[in-house]
Design a binder for this molecule. Structure first.
Ligand code: S3P
Length: 416
C-alpha cells in the first residue's frame, strides 16, 4: 500500500499547466479506435484510466501508439475479445454501449471498485434496443453478444454522460433514430467529438439524437481537465495569501459548475486568454478570498459532480454552514463519495454531516493532523491532500491512486 505525508503549507503561489481532460482523452482514444482511418490525439492524459482505454482499444484490434502525450491511432473493425477496464467507469460503460451493436462476443470487466458500480443504468436501455448482454446482478463482468439493434427514445432517470454516451454509441449501429433525454444535461464531450467525426448529432434541450453513421478518424487536441484544476484552485482559495494560475483549462459550460459556485461565494477568480471552439479553454487565475458558505444543489450537480469532494474540503475553511444536496450520484462513484468524503474530512477534525444525498459542513474551525485512507479513490486522496496542505497536514493511505486521473499530483499541486 502506498502512503504519503502532506505537510501544512505556509503559502501557495503557483503556476500549473492543467492536466489533460480524462473524459475527453478516453473518448478520443475509444472513438478513434473504432473510426475509419488514422488520427493523432495531442495532449492525451497519460493516467491509469486512459491507459485502460488504450489497452482496450488495442485488444479490440485498433493500433494505438503512444509518443509522450501524443497518440497515433489507426481504427479497425473491432474483434470479439475480453476487456479489462481497470478503474475506468467511462471506458466500461461507453464500450458496453458501442460493442452491443457490433459483431462479436465481448466480455467487459474491471477492478474491485468498478465491479461494485451499477451497470444496469446502461444495460437496461441497451436491452430495450435489442442488445444481448449477460450481467452479474447488474454489475461487471458482463458478456455481450453483438446484435442487430433498433433505435429507441429513452428517458434516462439519471443525468449521466456515461449513460447518454453508451446509448448514443449503440445508436451508431441501430436501425432508425436513437434519442436520449436526461433530467438535467450532463457533460457533452461525446456530442462534440462525434459531430466532428462526421456523425449527425441533434441536440434539443436535454435531448440528444443520433442516426446510424460512419465515424471518421479525427485529430483532437485534448483540453485541460477542470476536475484536475479544481485541486490547486481550491488550495489557493483555502491557504492564507494563496494564489495560483492554472493554464489551459477546459471551460465547456457543462463542466464549469465549480466556477459558478466559487464566484457566487465571492472568489476572486478570472478567466484569461479565452480561446477555442466547441471545447473552449482559458487560463484561470484565482486569489485567496473571503468566501461565503457554499450552496450546491439542483441542476448544478452534473456540472461539478467530480469536484464535490474537494469543494467540501474548501468548505472546511469557510466560516458558516455549507450545504450540498441532490447529489445522490456521489454514492455510486469510484467509492461512495458521501461516505468517503465525510470520513476523510472527519479524520482531520472537520465538522461534516452526511445526508442521504449530500453533506453539511460547518466550516471555519481549524483542522488537525490526521490519517486518511483514500479507499483507492483518486479524488478522495487528492481531497485529503488539499485539506491537509491548507490545514495541519495529513497522512494519506493508498495515496498513489491519484494517478487514475492526475499523474504526479503531489509533485505538481502540493509541491513535495
Ligand atoms: C464521466 C461522467 C461522469 C463523471 C465521470 C466521468 C464521463 O459520470 O463522474 O468521472 O467521462 O462521461 P456520470 O456520467 O456517470 O455522472
Amino acid at each position: 500500500m502506498s502512503e504519503r505525508t502532506v505537510k501544512k503549507l505556509d503559502g501557495y503561489d503557483r503556476v500549473i499547466n492543467c492536466m489533460p481532460d480524462k473524459s475527453m482523452s478516453v473518448r478520443a482514444v475509444l472513438f478513434n479506435a473504432y473510426a475509419v482511418g488514422k488520427s493523432t490525439v495531442n495532449n492525451l492524459l497519460l493516467s491509469d484510466d486512459v491507459l485502460s482505454a488504450v489497452d482496450c482499444a488495442r485488444r479490440l484490434g485498433a493500433k494505438a501508439e503512444l509518443d509522450g502525450n501524443t497518440a497515433h491511432i489507426t481504427g479497425a473493425p473491432f474483434i470479439g475479445c475480453d476487456l479489462y477496464c481497470g478503474n475506468s467507469g467511462t471506458t466500461a460503460r461507453l464500450l458496453i454501449g458501442l460493442l452491443s451493436g457490433l459483431n462479436g462476443i465481448f466480455t467487459v470487466d474491471g477492478d474491485e471498485s468498478l465491479r461494485s458500480r451499477p451497470m444496469r443504468r446502461v444495460i437496461e436501455p441497451l436491452r430495450k434496443m435489442g442488445a444481448e448482454i449477460t450481467d452479474n446482478d447488474g454489475k461487471l463482468p458482463v458478456r455481450i453478444v453483438g446484435a442487430g439493434l433498433k433505435g429507441i427514445d429513452y428517458e434516462s432517470p439519471v443525468a449521466s454522460a456515461q449513460v447518454k454516451s453508451a446509448i448514443m454509441l449503440a445508436g451508431l449501429n441501430a436501425r432508425g433514430l436513437t434519442r436520449v433525454t436526461e433530467p438535467v444535461r450532463s457533460r457533452n464531450h461525446s456530442e462534440n467529438m462525434l459531430r466532428e467525426m462526421g456523425v449527425a448529432v441533434e441536440v434539443v434541450g436535454n435531448s440528444v439524437a443520433v442516426a446510424p453513421s460512419i465515424v471518421r478518424a479525427t485529430d483532437f487536441t485534448v483540453a485541460g481537465d477542470i476536475s484536475s484544476a479544481a485541486y490547486p484552485i481550491c488550495l489557493a482559495l483555502a491557504v492564507r495569501g494563496g494564489n495560483c494560475t492554472v493554464r489551459n483549462v477546459g471551460i465547456n459550460e457543462t463542466r464549469t459548475g465549480i466556477i459558478d459556485v466559487l464566484r457566487a461565494s465571492g472568489a476572486d477568480l478570472q478567466y484569461r486568454n479565452e480561446r477555442g471552439g466547441a471545447e473552449p479553454i482559458a487560463d484561470i487565475t484565482v486569489k485567496q478570498s473571503e468566501l461565503k458558505p457554499l450552496e450546491i444543489g439542483g441542476d448544478l450537480i452534473p456540472r461539478l459532480v467530480d469536484e464535490i469532494p474537494v469543494l467540501c474540503a474548501l468548505a472546511c475553511f469557510i466560516d458558516g454552514v455549507s450545504v450540498i444536496r441532490g447529489a445522490r450520484e456521489l454514492r455510486v462513484k469510484e467509492t461512495d463519495r458521501i461516505a468517503t468524503t465525510t470520513a476523510a474530512l472527519t479524520a482531520l477534525g472537520a465538522d461534516i454531516t452526511p445526508t442521504d444525498d449530500g453533506m453539511i459542513i460547518r466550516g471555519g474551525k481549524p483542522l488537525r493532523f490526521g490519517t486518511v485512507d483514500s479507499m483507492l479513490d483518486h479524488r478522495i486522496a487528492m481531497t485529503a491532500a488539499v485539506a491537509g496542505a491548507a490545514g495541519s497536514g495529513v497522512h494519506i493511505l493508498n495515496a498513489d491512486c491519484a494517478s487514475v486521473s492526475y499523474p504526479n499530483f503531489y509533485g505538481e499541486v502540493i509541491g513535495d
